[in-house]
Design a protein around this ligand. Structure first.
Ligand SMILES: Nc1ncnc2c1ncn2[C@@H]1O[C@H](COP(=O)(O)OP(=O)(O)OP(=O)(O)O)[C@@H](O)[C@H]1O
Ligand SMILES: [Mg+2]
Length: 413
């Protein structure tokens, strides 16, 4: 029997899609998790239902899992992780079992944003990107915060979290110290990942924000689609995206992204490169050595016909996968983030909105939601996906769908 091992999964469905596809391809799906109950709130395609076998184990402890695999005497044909925090243990297991996976050294350089910044500092001319001025802040050096000179606005962020957790745009020293004091008390992220005790203070880069969705192939890295994103509030929560091959922030974007990934010796799977365009120059925000979250792979599939999940899955299993662009459209997602505190009980008119031109999906998270403040992407409680020929048209359709939602809500003030 052919088997594949999934270390945890994510909440934006790419992990579940890969599980379904694995089963269709005849693989026996093993799902290892710290705690199956963390998936209780997933409405559709719950990984605990899709998996053939579930094992509860510390999925942050690669050595323990390697030992468990030895004891089981089971042969796996692939191992995959879909969230940032399990990429490293998955890579370590893959290496030990001689399966396809990330080079751990390269992975570490991009997973830790401070290492990425330091590494690029000396290679920036070769990278095709610019980067903001930055400073690493360690817990033991925190007293410097009060004395050091910073230029504002700046972006304060943890080096190894994601989903905009702990990210704060600071306009003055007080805000920086406040952000640091809040972060200092945060030891675990919402996925139970033990955060490192380091942060970055980065020059704030103004301008439009994009991401490049890349796949590794036999011929090296390829650009599949470009995504333009919208962010919201002082925590820069991603509130919408539109993806299309026709979005061209700079003419040579594919070459630059290939150069960048090659500099880090990344040679596996997918990459989601986030950058901002300032004075027509691309400034690197981060390299995510994985598929994008936020339903972006679904947008890419709608817009280009390329199934990035399938490509990644096949590559991890050692099956040759080709990129085949079969459509030339645009697809957008817009999230609903409440503006007023309250209990959001129901969105009444989802069916009606589904009939709007271009809308292909609209849904909410499990309701009711008690909303107080928008601090991270966990406060996005509904989303709409739309498709159109042009990026602007797709984004406008998704925006309209979200703004037309009729909420049943009890406001707190
Ligand atoms: N130096 C910067 N200048 C301007 N904006 C920035 C900078 N760094 C981060 N941001 C904004 O904050 C957002 C989140 O930052 P970053 O991507 O580093 O954190 P994250 O937690 O990994 O986010 P996510 O997982 O949502 O992509 C970015 O998408 C961008 O909008
Ligand atoms: Mg990011």
């Amino acid at each position: 029997m052919k088997r594949i091992l999934f270390l945890e999964t994510n909440t934006t469905s790419t992990g579940a899609q890969a599980m379904k596809l694995s089963k269709e391809m005849g693989y026996h799906v093993h799902f290892w998790t710290n705690d199956p109950s963390q998936y209780d709130s997933i409405k559709y395609d719950n990984p605990t239902d899709l998996a053939d076998e579930i094992k509860v184990i510390d999925t942050y402890d690669a050595a323990k899992m390697i030992k468990a695999i030895k004891n089981e005497q089971i042969q796996y044909h692939g191992v995959l992780a879909f969230d940032d925090y399990h990429l490293m243990p998955a890579a370590e297991i893959a290496k030990k079992l001689h399966l396809n996976g990330h080079e751990t050294k390269s992975l570490s350089l991009v997973r830790n944003k401070n290492l990425m910044r330091d590494y690029l500092k000396n290679l920036i001319d070769k990278s095709g990107f610019y980067q903001p001025k930055f400073q690493t802040i360690n817990e033991d050096h925190s007293s410097h915060l009060y004395n050091d000179n910073y230029e504002f606005p700046l972006v304060f962020k943890p080096i190894d979290d994601s989903g905009s957790n702990g990210v704060r745009i600071c306009h003055n020293k007080n805000e920086l110290i406040e952000a640091f004091n809040v972060e200092k008390e945060r030891f675990l992220n919402p996925r139970g990942y033990k955060l490192q005790r380091s942060w970055l203070a980065e020059e704030y880069i103004s301008g439009d924000e994009y991401s490049a969705e890349m796949l590794y192939t036999k011929e090296g890295w390829k650009l599949v689609s470009v995504t333009l994103k919208e962010t919201y509030g002082e925590h820069a929560i991603e509130s919408g995206h539109v993806s299309s091959k026709s979005i061209k922030p700079i003419p040579d974007i594919e070459d630059r992204c290939i150069k960048l990934l090659n500099l880090f010796n990344l040679d596996f799977g997918a990459a989601h490169i986030e950058f901002k365009l300032k004075d027509s120059k691309p400034y690197l925000i981060e390299i995510n050595p994985r598929l994008a979250g936020d339903y972006i792979p679904a947008l890419v599939k709608t817009a280009t016909g390329v199934d990035m999940v399938e490509h990644l899955l096949k590559q991890s299993l050692g099956i040759d996968a080709k990129i085949n662009f079969s459509t030339d459209e645009s697809a957008a997602i817009k999230f609903f983030i409440p503006k007023r505190p309250g209990i959001y009980k129901k969105a009444a008119n989802l069916k009606e909105i589904m009939s709007y031109q271009g809308i292909i999906q609209i849904d909410t998270v499990n309701l009711p939601v008690h909303f107080t403040q928008a601090k991270s992407s966990y406060e996005r409680i509904a989303f709409a996906i739309a498709k159109a020929k042009r990026p602007e048209t797709a984004f406008k359709a998704a925006e309209k769908a979200i703004s037309d939602l009729r909420w049943d809500v009890s406001y707190s003030n």
